[in-house]
Design a protein around this ligand. Structure first.
Ligand SMILES: Nc1ncnc2c1ncn2[C@@H]1O[C@H](COP(=O)(O)OP(=O)(O)O)[C@@H](O)[C@H]1O
Ligand SMILES: O=C(O)C1=C[C@@H](OP(=O)(O)O)[C@@H](O)[C@H](O)C1
Ligand SMILES: [Mg+2]
Length: 163
């Protein structure tokens, strides 16, 4: 698989997209674009206050826009917000990327999503019911981050790109 194609890390809240994405970008020497930082820069805040003040629909629109914009231009490693797989235009655009789905049990995710207050208070079980079929549809590779560390995910992605 080509090393010159975008890599997009997807998964539910707290699944480790930012952690693994950072390491993958470093290893590949590619630019890294994280939804979390992009929201801050383009929309003046993290996801949690945007969800409160502008609503979840506006937040999810901004998050989809992030992936669509960053998939244009030079290839990057992109940590996409959890919501983005719900957008049909995003799912179509993801076809040109290597899509890495990181996942763990809801119990693990509930614990990990509470490590920072930038996240809105969404229930992982509800989010999974809605999004799991889409993750399955877009993913080229899937990693269990209940057992794999971000470094192990990085190494698995590098192997995949070398195949
Ligand atoms: N593979 C992993 N194993 C153990 N802890 C992890 C793993 N990936 C991420 N974490 C931890 O889980 C939390 C959420 O990770 P983060 O990368 O911010 O997730 P996301 O960007 O998907 O919301 C952080 O505290 C991070 O250190
Ligand atoms: O599940 C969701 O709808 C969201 C998950 C969080 O993203 P992460 O996937 O980066 O945790 C949050 O920051 C995002 O804006 C909305
Ligand atoms: Mg993140």
């Amino acid at each position: 698989m080509s090393k010159n194609k975008p890599v997009v890390v997807v998964g539910l809240m707290g699944s480790g997209k930012s952690s693994a994405g950072t390491l993958i970008a470093q290893a590949l020497g590619m630019p890294f674009s994280d939804s979390d930082q992009w929201l801050q820069r383009e929309h003046g805040g993290t996801a949690a206050p945007i969800a409160v003040h502008e609503g979840a629909d506006a937040l999810h629109r901004y998050e989809a826009e992030h992936v669509l914009r960053e998939l244009e231009g030079e290839p990057k490693v992109i940590a996409a917000a959890a919501s983005t797989v719900e957008d049909p235009e995003v799912r179509q655009a993801l076809r040109k990327a290597l899509v890495v789905w990181v996942d763990a049990s809801d119990e693990v995710l509930s614990r990990r999503m509470r490590t920072s207050d930038h996240r809105p208070d969404f229930d992982p079980t509800v989010m999974r019911a809605r999004r799991e079929p889409y993750f399955r549809e877009v993913a080229d590779v899937t990693y269990d981050v209940g057992t794999l560390s971000p470094e192990q995910v990085r190494d698995a992605v590098l192997d995949e790109l070398d195949r």
